[in-house]
Design a protein around this ligand. Structure first.
Ligand code: B12
Length: 304
């Protein structure tokens, strides 16, 4: 219940789950002051003040630096906790700029620290889609620029890779008896872009699904041999670079006619609407984002 002259700092702290000391620090450093004071000089917060602080608290909990969260509410003073999505969009953009600047000055520790935090706070799928994909796409536009450089691209992808693997290791502790041979992840032949596979492995682990991940440049015959040995439910194949043909699918299908398997294709290399061959019992599907890939693999591995 709000008293007529507003809430005290303690009330606001309790409501938002943010310590009073933090609210005072935000006031001192970022000007997030209550709109009034009592006759005795005590802070008195209106519902609108609490709403704005709630947005900042939510964004900070999502891994956004405080100064960026404050900038977001200042650019849109009417933002409500319900409208935080718009502010988060602004902030994710801001975080991408922070990460690009860190990579440009070769500060890998800062890149990793932010990526670790975003992964822990948003989960792998949201962190990948909201921050890491926009970051990597910006990197893809910058590597020719000497102020960022090829080394900046390598450093960024190494840091992301380390953070994703850490997330996989953390989540794998809860995998228990999940059988990793049900799902195989591999890159197409000669394909070096392995980060999407690393992200998928981490997202699956978070979802309680184990897998065998073979990484970059897996020859089709080697993957076919693995399929023969494991009879998996799903095989995910990533391609960033353009694939000249879909022969690989015939190779994989050749060994998997005996059981029901999903071959899932991800990445721009397969083209927007590839004509997928009819391989009988072997299902070949195209997926366009990480969340969808996890959902299709989950479905394929569901006990029947
Ligand atoms: C990191 C990186 C590298 C790293 C890879 C390290 C690693 N461990 O993976 C290194 C430095 C090794 C590298 C090498 C090269 N790279 Co490179 N690289 C990239 C970069 C910056 C990110 C790659 C990535 O992870 N992309 C994944 C996501 C972020 O991007 P996306 O596929 O476009 O995402 C869309 C969808 O696929 C979907 N999606 C996103 N994530 C996921 C996940 C899943 C599971 C699913 C299903 C869908 C999905 O959502 C997005 C929106 O639609 C891209 C830029 C880019 N835009 O991709 C260039 C890029 C892919 N590279 C490129 C090139 C040219 C190369 C090199 C040939 C460079 C060279 N001259 O040596 C080499 C060799 C590549 C090879 N033979 O395989 C080009 C490819 C252009 C093309 N299509 O022909 C790009 C696009 C950069 C550019 N703009 O020029 N690269």
């Amino acid at each position: 219940m709000t008293s007529p002259d507003g809430l005290s700092v303690r009330d606001v702290a309790a409501r938002l789950g943010v310590p009073s000391a933090t609210l005072r620090t935000w006031e001192r450093r970022y000007g997030l002051a209550p709109s009034s004071r009592s006759a005795g000089g005590h802070r008195r917060y209106s519902e609108a003040d609490v709403g704005r602080l709630g947005v900042v608290a939510r964004l900070v909990a999502d891994g956004v630096p405080v100064h960026s969260a404050v900038a977001a509410i200042q650019s849109d003073p009417d933002v409500t906790p319900a409208g935080v999505g718009r502010a988060a969009e602004h902030i994710s953009g801001d975080l991408v700029s922070v990460l690009l600047a860190a990579a440009a000055r070769r500060d890998g520790v800062t890149v990793r620290r932010h990526v670790d935090r975003v992964l822990a706070q948003r989960g792998v799928v949201r962190a990948w889609e909201e921050v890491l994909v926009p970051l990597l796409q910006s990197v893809g536009e910058r590597w020719r620029d000497p102020s960022f450089g090829i080394a900046g691209e390598h450093l960024t992808s190494e840091m992301i890779s380390t953070s994703l693997r850490l997330a996989t290791v953390r989540a794998s502790r809860h995998l228990g008896d999940a059988d990793p041979s049900r799902v195989l992840l591999a890159n197409a032949e000669e394909e070096q872009h392995a980060l999407p596979l690393t992200a998928l492995e981490a997202a699956l682990a978070e979802d309680g699904i184990g897998c065998r991940a073979f990484g970059a440049r897996v020859p089709s015959h080697a993957l076919a041999d693995e399929m023969r040995g494991a009879s998996p439910d799903a095989v995910f194949l990533w391609a960033s670079m353009r694939r000249p043909d879909l022969d690989v699918l015939d190779t994989l299908a050749g060994v998997s006619r005996q059981w029901s398997v999903l071959i899932l294709l991800g990445g721009p290399g397969w083209g927007k609407n590839p004509e997928l061959p009819d391989l009988g019992a072997v299902r070949v599907e195209r997926t366009t984002d990480l969340g969808d890939a996890v959902a299709r693999i989950r479905e394929a591995t569901r006990p029947r």
